[in-house]
Design a protein around this ligand. Structure first.
Ligand code: FES
Length: 210
């Protein structure tokens, strides 16, 4: 049985960008021709999320619509399309698992299942201590090192297995910073059997064992 925290949260009635963020907004808007300010919607959503503890309230989307002169629904459409935008509070470590075909073929379902079991929550839920939220996302762009998960949109953990994924969770829980990238010791995206060609080039790039 899941012991996930029921996420009760209130939508703030108002949202105003800080003075520092208003300056950043000006520079984002200035990148686009007059009348095309709506093109700046994505960086503004990102600013709102960072200003508001990692999630974007509806009032912020309204404010963005007002600033950019675009209908509120258009801001909602962008915010709800991309999984990098959180529309409700998330745990301290928001782990997003890629479950798209290459990751799935390499065992993402088993990785997700092991992490759910270890934390006692399901995808879309948050642990009662607020430490972890788990989500499922589409391709994270690191398919050659599938399966892949990212934390808080920054840190990538690759070549995951049920065992090493749980170790990553335990390290995060203990306040450590697990190494990014391959969790099996692979050098960047080198073939699992090691380099089989281009040895000289690999050595020039600092890869010692070919
Ligand atoms: S399919 Fe998982 S990173 Fe691309």
């Amino acid at each position: 049985m899941s012991h996930a925290q029921k996420v009760h949260f209130e939508q703030p009635k108002e949202f105003k960008f800080s003075a520092a963020n208003m300056k950043k907004i000006e520079s984002h808007v200035a990148k686009y021709p007059k009348g095309r300010q709506a093109s700046a919607v994505m960086p503004l959503l990102d600013l709102a999320q960072n200003q508001n503890d990692g999630w974007i309230p509806e009032a912020a989307m309204e404010e963005i619509g007002r600033i950019l002169g675009m209908p509120r629904i258009k801001v909602f459409e962008v915010a709800t399309f991309y999984t990098m935008y959180n529309l409700q509070p998330k745990g301290k470590h928001h782990i997003q698992f890629c479950t798209t075909t290459p990751c799935w073929l390499n065992g993402s379902a088993e990785v997700v299942s092991a992490c759910e079991k270890h934390l006692g929550i399901k995808l879309g839920e948050t642990t009662p201590d607020g430490n972890f939220s788990l989500s499922e996302v589409e391709c994270l762009g690191a398919c050659v090192n599938a399966p892949v998960a990212q934390r808080n949109g920054d840190d990538f953990y690759e070549d995951l297995t049920p065992e090493n994924a749980v170790k990553v969770l335990d390290a995060l829980k203990a306040g450590k910073k697990p190494a990014h990238g391959s969790q099996t010791g692979r050098t960047t995206s080198m073939g699992v059997k090691g380099a089989t060609c281009l040895h000289e080039q690999a050595e020039k790039c600092g890869v010692k064992k070919c």
